[in-house]
Design a protein around this ligand. Structure first.
Ligand code: SF4
Ligand code: SF4
Length: 448
C-alpha cells in the first residue's frame, strides 16, 4: 500500500475558504484578532445546500477577506496565523447515531464530496429517495497514512459505507475499486460484511451491481471496473455500475443513487468514531523527484508550503486537480481545499507552449473519446458559435476527461472549446427540460 506523509511544516498562514463546495458561501463565525483551536467551527450557513467549515490549525485570525481559490475565483476566506500548538476543541464520538442524527452530523462536520456537493444533500436529495450508495474508490487508490494495514482500510470503508447507507436510508451499498488497482482489490478481497467474506467482483459486459447483489446474496458488494477520469463523470459512472440512465442536466440522485468518495467516507467514519470534523485531507503530489505520492495536508495550507516541502526543482507551472482537466494556478498562494485532489508541478521545460494548428482529420480524438463523441467536429462548431449543432452532436455527454486534447497532434484546445460551448448552452437553454442521454441509450459506455 502506498504510504502518505503528513505535511508537518507549519505554514506562515492558512487560508480557509468559506466556500468548499458548490452552493452557499458560509458566514464567518470569527473575526480578526480571535483565537481559534483545531476543529473549531469558523463558518456555517443556514442554507440546506451548504456545509460547515472548521479551522485546521490553532492560532490567531488575521483577516476575513476575499482570497484566491484554486477554482480560479476569489472567495471570502478566514486567514489564520498558526501557532505551534496542536490544541483541539473537544471531540465527542457519537454512539449509534440515528439516520437524522447522521445527516445533521455530516453537515456539521463539514463533510463534502470532492466533486462539489455537500454529502448530506447527496444522501438526502430534496426530490427523491436514495436506494443505493456507491463509494467510488476507482480514482483514489487510497488515503494513506492513517491505516496500519490494507485490511484496516477495507474494514473501515465497509463501516463507512454502512453509515452512509443508514444516513440515506438506502438498502444497498457498493464500493467500486479500479480494476488495475491490485492493492485495493487485495485489501477488499475477503473483507467481512456481517460475518460473510466478500469477493471483489469485476463489472463485466452488461453485468451491473444488481447482478452481484443477487449473486453474492448480500446488500453490500465490492466490485472492480476500469477507472474513469473526467470532471463530469458522475452520470457516466452511475450508468456503468448500476445500469440506471441519468437524464441530461440531472444527477445520480434523480435515479436513487448516491455517489460518494473515499475521502468523504473516511471523514464520516472519523466524525462518528472520533468526533473529528473534516479539516485535513489527502492529496496526490505529481512532478516531484523525491516526495511521497500522497500527502496528508491541513485544509487551508497554501500550495506554496506543499511545494516547498517537496523536491520539485524549478517550478514552471502549478496545476490543481490533474493535467488533463485541472486548473492552472496564477499564484502559489491558493489553499488546499476539500475539493483538492492533486497538485501537479511542471518544470519550465515541460510546459506545453505550442500554438494550435489546423485539424488534420486523423480521428485520434474520436478514438480516444470514452463516450463516443466526435470531438473534432464539436471543437469546430464551438469555435464558430454553432451551439445548436453542438447539442445535436450531444455535447452535453462530454465528461470533460480531456483525452481528445491530449492525443491531438495539432494541439487544438478541444476541451476548452467544448467547455466554452457547454457554458454557453447552459446559459441559453437553462429552461429546457432535461432529456435522456442518447449516448447512454446506445450503451456505448458499458462497464468494462
Ligand atoms: S469530447 Fe474529449 S473531453 Fe469530452 S468526453 Fe470525449 S474525449 Fe473526453
Ligand atoms: S485529433 Fe486533432 S487533428 Fe486529429 S481529428 Fe481530432 S482535432 Fe483533428
Amino acid at each position: 500500500m502506498v504510504e502518505s506523509k503528513r505535511l508537518n511544516k507549519i505554514p506562515e498562514k492558512v487560508i480557509i475558504p468559506l466556500r468548499q463546495h458548490r452552493g452557499a458561501v458560509c458566514e464567518s463565525l470569527v473575526k480578526k484578532g480571535d483565537e481559534v483551536l483545531i476543529g473549531q467551527k469558523i463558518g456555517e450557513s443556514s442554507e440546506h445546500y451548504s456545509s460547515a467549515v472548521h479551522s485546521s490549525v490553532c492560532g490567531e485570525v488575521l483577516a476575513v477577506e476575499e482570497s484566491a481559490h484554486p477554482d480560479g475565483n476569489k472567495v471570502m476566506s478566514v486567514v489564520i496565523q498558526p501557532s505551534d500548538s496542536e490544541e483541539t476543541v473537544a471531540f465527542t464520538p457519537v454512539k449509534n447515531p440515528s439516520k437524522d442524527a447522521l445527516l445533521k452530523l455530516i453537515k456539521e462536520a463539514g463533510i463534502v464530496e470532492h466533486y462539489g456537493a455537500p454529502t448530506h444533500t447527496v444522501l438526502k436529495p430534496s426530490d427523491g429517495k436514495i436506494d443505493i450508495v456507491v463509494i467510488n474508490a476507482t480514482a483514489s487508490e487510497w488515503i494513506g497514512g492513517k491505516y496500519n494495514t490494507p485490511k484496516e482500510y477495507s474494514s473501515q470503508m465497509i463501516a463507512a459505507l454502512k453509515l452512509l447507507m443508514k444516513a440515506a436510508g438506502a438498502s444497498k451499498g457498493a464500493i467500486i475499486v479500479g480494476k488495475d488497482d491490485e492493492e485495493s482489490i487485495e485489501a477488499f478481497d475477503g473483507v467481512e460484511v456481517d460475518g460473510k467474506a466478500l469477493k471483489v467482483a469485476p463489472l463485466l459486459g452488461s453485468r451491473r451491481l444488481g447482478h452481484y447483489f443477487k449473486d453474492q446474496n448480500s446488500n453490500i458488494v465490492v466490485a472492480s471496473q476500469k477507472r474513469i477520469y473526467g470532471k463530469n463523470i458522475l452520470n457516466f459512472f452511475t450508468y456503468n455500475v448500476t445500469g440506471r440512465k441519468v437524464a441530461l442536466g440531472s444527477d445520480p440522485t434523480s435515479v436513487g443513487v448516491a455517489i460518494c468518495g473515499v475521502k468523504s467516507a473516511k471523514a464520516l467514519y472519523d466524525a462518528v468514531h472520533e468526533g473529528k470534523p473534516y479539516y485535513e485531507t489527502v492529496i496526490t503530489i505529481e512532478g516531484a523527484e523525491d516526495c511521497p505520492e500522497y500527502m496528508l495536508v491541513k485544509i487551508g495550507t497554501p500550495f506554496k508550503d506543499v511545494i516547498e516541502s517537496c523536491n520539485f526543482g524549478e517550478v514552471g507551472k502549478i496545476i490543481a486537480n490533474g493535467v488533463l482537466t485541472g486548473v492552472a494556478q496564477y499564484t502559489d498562494e491558493v489553499p488546499v481545499t476539500k475539493g483538492t485532489t492533486k497538485i501537479t508541478v511542471q518544470k519550465p521545460e515541460e510546459i506545453l507552449r505550442d500554438e494550435s494548428d489546423v485539424c488534420v482529420h486523423c480521428a485520434r480524438c474520436v478514438d480516444a473519446c470514452p463516450v463516443s463523441l466526435i470531438p473534432s467536429r464539436l471543437a469546430v462548431m464551438a469555435d464558430q458559435g454553432r451551439f445548436d449543432e453542438c447539442r445535436q452532436f450531444h455535447i452535453e455527454n462530454c465528461i470533460e476527461c480531456g483525452k481528445c486534447a491530449a492525443v491531438c497532434p495539432s494541439k487544438i484546445h478541444i476541451l476548452q472549446l467544448i467547455r466554452y460551448a457547454k457554458d454557453a448552452i447552459c446559459l441559453a437553454y437553462e429552461d429546457l427540460p432535461c432529456k435522456e442521454s442518447s449516448n447512454l441509450k446506445l450503451g456505448c459506455c458499458g462497464g468494462e
